[in-house]
Design a protein around this ligand. Structure first.
Ligand SMILES: [Mg+2]
Length: 125
């Protein structure tokens, strides 16, 4: 990384902007994954829902205790990061690319929007 790239990266940090791709994130997250391989999908799905529960619990406490502050929002963001980690590693364990999953999901939602069926229910509407 040259000096210009380092300065650009530092600027992005100051501005709270990231350019990491889903694929890069998935690749990096998998380097820190430790779990029993024979129960990988189950372990990671439980972890994902556990971390989503941590997000919900922190939001719940904002409702109960008030005091919606930048620090509390930052703490919720950290839990969202934990959700991302489990999501990325679970996608890997399922043999999927996280970026492709994200694109397919956006395509599905855009199709629903175009057909006027964003509201309502049903996985395959
Ligand atoms: Mg957590």
């Amino acid at each position: 990384m040259n000096n210009l790239e380092k300065e650009a990266k530092q600027f992005m940090k100051w501005k709270n902007i990231s350019t990491i791709t889903a694929t890069e994130y998935q690749r990096s997250a998998c380097k820190t994954a430790i779990f029993p391989k024979e129960l990988g999908v189950q372990y990671l799905a439980l972890g994902l829902t556990g971390e989503a529960g941590e997000v919900a619990n922190k939001v719940k406490k904002l409702i109960r205790d008030g005091g919606d502050t930048p620090d509390k929002r930052k703490e919720i963001g950290k839990e969202l990061g934990d959700v991302c980690w489990y999501l990325a590693v679970l996608a890997e364990e399922l043999g999927s690319n996280l970026g492709k999953i994200m694109e397919d999901n956006l395509d599905k939602l855009e199709d629903r929007r175009a057909r006027g069926v964003l509201g309502g229910s049903g996985d395959n509407r």
